[in-house]
Structures are given as C-alpha cells and as structure tokens.
Design a protein around this ligand. Structure first.
Ligand SMILES: [Mg+2]
Length: 207
C-alpha cells in the first residue's frame, strides 16, 4: 500500500510517461509555422482563422496517429500500474494528445486505466482543470492525488492543482521553476520508494 504522502490516486501523463513516444515536436512546429520556443497548441489556438487552425490541427493529427501505432509501454510502467490497481489506487490519464490517438495507444498496449482526459475534454496542461475534475471523480482530496509525468507541464499542472507532483524517467526540469515533490529515474525506483518505503524494510538495529 502506498503510504508516502497518503497517496490514494495517481494521474499519469501518457506520452513519454506510460508509453514511448516518437513525436517530433520540432518537425511539427516547423510544419505549422510555430516558433520553436512557443507551445504548439497555444500557437494554434491563436491562429487568425478557423481554416488555419483546422489545417494545423490536421498536421498534428497526422503525426500523432503515426506515433500512436508504434507506442509501447515504458520500462516498468505496466508492472507499476498493475501494482497500483492491486492496491485499489484510483488511476487516470491526462494527456495533451487527441482522444483518437490516445485510445489507440491504450488499446494496443492494453493499459488498464479507464479514466482518460485528452485535449478535447479540458484545457491542456499546465491548466489544472482535468486534474481537479479527476480528483473530484475519485472522491479524493487534492492532497491525496499525485500527478506523474515526464515534462514540465505535468509538474506545473500538479502545482496549479495543489497536488503532489512526480517527475519520472530522468527528465530535466528547468532550474527557475518550482521543483517537483518527487523525482525518479524510472518506475522501478518509484515503485520501490512508494511500495517499500524505508520504514517498512525492516527495523534498524543500532549497535
Ligand atoms: Mg509526456
């Protein structure tokens, strides 16, 4: 049972967190004319006409569908998810990806998580709306829910929702941002920390 921080629910990012992703953001941005330092979804949102927005979204959709077909579980993710389910931890996925490509990844990899929020459902991370809706649907306090992701938007969304945040897979995080609550090299290390915390690994004997 997860005893650290009293976590009863976990919200995962999808791409690069639960499953591999080969999305080439630089290529996508170049194709839609988005400056490299700008957020692609925000850029599209502010395009001046519906036609331009639709065309840019179609570019993203094409890249996402290609990526969806090749996505595989990240190392240790499947074991961690099953371990959580065995302990009745409420689970969900929040992704900036589309519903269609997310469902392909979930189905192809048999990811046993029913609650999914995509960019069609809620404003994209770092907006906390999706996270807060999920905590409410879990029937849990925000402090009992942890957001796990591989990118700064995941951590910022958790901070914005006043939830516990966890950065995974040795991802770098900007020095000038509020750091995550937890940081792990991968699911194996995270599983050890949450399911076998030091207090449960035996009694220290002082000599
Ligand atoms: Mg990600």
């Amino acid at each position: 049972m997860i005893v650290v921080n009293n976590i009863k629910g976990i919200i995962f990012d999808l791409d690069g967190t639960l499953v591999t992703s080969s999305l080439d953001f630089r290529a996508i941005k170049s194709e839609i004319g988005c400056p490299e330092h700008e957020d692609a979804l925000k850029y599209i949102h502010h395009l001046p006409s519906p036609e331009l927005r639709t065309a840019a979204l179609q570019v993203i959709h094409r890249h996402e569908m290609n990526d969806a077909l090749s996505a595989q579980w990240m190392p240790g993710a499947q074991e961690f998810v099953h371990r959580c389910l065995a302990d009745n931890i409420a689970l969900a996925i929040v992704t900036r990806n589309s519903m269609q490509s997310s469902l392909i990844k979930i189905r192809n990899n048999k990811i046993p998580i029913n609650q999914l929020k995509t960019r069609e459902d809620s404003p994209p991370k770092p907006d906390p709306t999706a996270l807060l809706e999920l905590a409410a649907s879990f029937g849990l306090a925000k402090s009992q829910v942890m957001m796990v992701g591989d990118y700064q938007y995941d951590i910022e969304a958790a901070h914005n929702a006043n939830m516990v945040s966890c950065l995974i897979h040795r991802c770098t995080y900007p020095d000038n941002k509020k750091p995550p609550n937890h940081q792990f090299s991968g699911f194996a290390e995270m599983s050890e920390y949450f399911f076998n915390p030091p207090s449960q690994q035996g009694t220290l004997v002082w000599t």
